[in-house]
Design a protein around this ligand. Structure first.
Ligand SMILES: Nc1nc2c(ncn2[C@@H]2O[C@H](COP(=O)(O)OP(=O)(O)OP(=O)(O)O)[C@@H](O)[C@H]2O)c(=O)[nH]1
Length: 493
């Protein structure tokens, strides 16, 4: 079962439960069985799923719940928490610091996407101001060095390797020494891919680890390996001190369940996921955001962080001010489209945005969505400043739209479509009116300033009903103590 289907099945099970007039043992069991089935089909290890089910039943004791408690919300929250617990081993991974040079070693099965991921990891940190370098200690696969060299050159990252030397330990040590001298602060060592049974290659990996003394060993796992994930991850952990997991190929036909099993086997957190073959198809992994998106709840906190990353600091207060005044103009939409295109793979960003995901981003239609955004932007290029900055929808009459269509070489119908999309987004964002704007556009402060009132306006009515209306929402926020967690629930589905 692919990841999107898993999310869909879980959301449906929750929805069915919410539709029941009374939630009793039978309804709860049906809901949990549905979720169990979905997780098993997604290749989550059987034991993990069984434990989860037992835990939820322990937490949600229907008889003990005093009258007046919102049972649906408690069950939903329990499922959310259990899924988070499955993915969170409870200890954070080592994170590289610019001030101190560090060595990170990559291990994984042959073809898992290790070499590609090494470059993605280096590129990600390079964008954050690190000085990364790549060492190819894979002397087993002919062509591995060329592949790394090619990727590294593309990303302008220094690399080290040899066509002649056959001893991976020697290359690894020389590469690490070389880059330490060159003051690189993140030295990444790519090792040979292994089959599970290859004792010699496991021994080689152990020796490379012993010689280079990595600060972190990352286990790279292909998300489609299914039920085998647990055993494979454990085999690696027995030879080297795995400290983090990266799950690749989460795009396409990925089965998400293997990730959960790998976390359980290595007791190490997933730190990134690979979502495509390209360098920037790589996402930092956050458990709560992931589960939130898996359950179809959207992830506004992730979106806020993304905005923080790509919207220039000087633009932020201005944008927030405009949103707080309820002035969502075409120009803001244009700028947001520009930012979205800058943020990287569009499907990742869309799944975080309230309102953007469902209409503009049909599942699997990233290319079309990207083209649509570009088309919208071309049409907006033919608009006047007055039109772009107006908040009066009446300004956009037929003759103006005809003119824009002619100017952009598009059909009138397409301009109309774009305008409908603008109105839809303006309606969603207008609910941010009155939001207190923190100084210097601090996004996390903005999250904190969101109160139940704002949330109730932005939440889809169905979801608000599930939570237990305004009262339930206020209670939930009090209990959670932090608005940031709640931000994950801002989907518009
Ligand atoms: N769709 C998709 N493809 C990926 C992803 N990561 C890697 N790949 C592809 O998977 C294939 C194998 O990747 P490599 O990086 O060569 O794998 P490797 O683990 O280094 O292989 P060995 O050196 O043999 O161990 C390549 O075609 C990559 O482009 C991903 O996140 N999504």
């Amino acid at each position: 079962m692919v990841l999107q289907e898993l999310g869909g099945s879980i959301s449906r099970a929750l929805q069915q439960m919410s539709n029941a007039t009374i939630i009793d043992e039978k309804v709860l069991n049906e809901c949990l069985n549905e979720i169990t089935r979905a997780l098993l089909q997604s290749d989550v290890q059987f034991k993990l799923v069984r434990d989860m089910q037992t835990n939820i039943k322990k937490i949600v004791n229907l008889d003990d719940l005093a009258a007046g408690h919102n049972k649906r919300r408690i069950i939903q929250q329990a499922i959310f928490n259990e899924l988070c617990k499955m993915l969170d081993p409870g200890k954070p991974s080592f994170t590289p610091k610019k001030s101190k040079p560090c060595v990170v070693m990559f291990v994984g099965l042959q073809g898992s996407g290790k070499t590609t991921t090494c470059t993605k990891y280096a590129y990600y940190h390079q964008k954050k101001g690190f000085k990364p370098a790549l060492v190819c200690a894979d002397t087993f696969r002919a062509g591995a060095f060329d592949q790394l060299k090619q990727n590294a050159t593309k990303a302008k990252i220094p690399f080290y390797g040899s066509y002649m030397e056959s001893d991976p330990v020697k290359i690894a040590v020389e590469g690490v020494e070389t880059f330490k001298k060159e003051n690189c602060d993140l030295i990444i060592v790519d090792t040979s891919g292994r089959h599970k049974q290859e004792v010699a290659l496991f021994e080689e990996m152990r020796q490379v680890s012993e010689a280079t003394k990595p600060d972190l060993v990352i286990f790279v796992m292909d998300s489609s390996i299914g039920q085998a994930a647990f055993d494979q991850a454990q085999a690696f952990r027995q030879s080297v001190d795995v400290g983090a997991v990266i799950v690749t190929k989460m795009d396409g036909h990925a089965k998400g369940g293997g990730a959960l099993s790998a976390v359980a086997a290595t007791k190490s957190p997933v730190i990134f996921i690979g979502t495509g073959e390209h360098m920037d198809e790589f996402e930092a992994f956050d458990v709560k955001s992931f589960v939130s998106r898996l359950l179809g709840m959207g992830d506004l906190s992730g979106f806020m962080d993304k905005i923080h990353e790509v919207v220039p600091m000087e633009q932020q207060p201005e944008l927030l001010q405009k949103l707080s005044e309820g002035n969502f103009t075409m120009r803001i939409m244009y700028e947001q489209f520009q930012n979205i295109l800058k943020m990287g793979p569009i499907n990742q960003v869309f799944s975080m945005l309230p309102g953007f995901s469902s209409e503009l981003m049909p599942k699997g239609g990233e290319k079309e969505s990207q083209a649509k955004i570009k088309r919208y932007m071309t049409m907006m290029d033919s608009m006047t400043n007055e039109e772009l900055d107006s908040t009066n929808p009446k300004l956009m009459n037929e003759s103006r739209m005809m003119r824009i269509a002619r100017g952009a070489g598009r059909h009138y119908r397409e301009v109309l479509d774009m305008f409908e999309e603008y109105k839809r987004l303006a309606k969603i964002w207008s609910k941010m009116k009155g939001l207190k704007i923190p100084k210097k556009g601090d996004m996390s402060a903005l999250s904190r300033n969101m109160n139940a009132q704002h949330m109730s306006k932005v939440l889809p009515p169905q979801m608000l009903k599930q939570i237990g209306g305004m009262g339930g929402l206020q209670n939930l926020m009090k209990q959670m103590g932090s608005n940031k967690d709640m931000m994950g629930m801002f989907g518009d589905k």
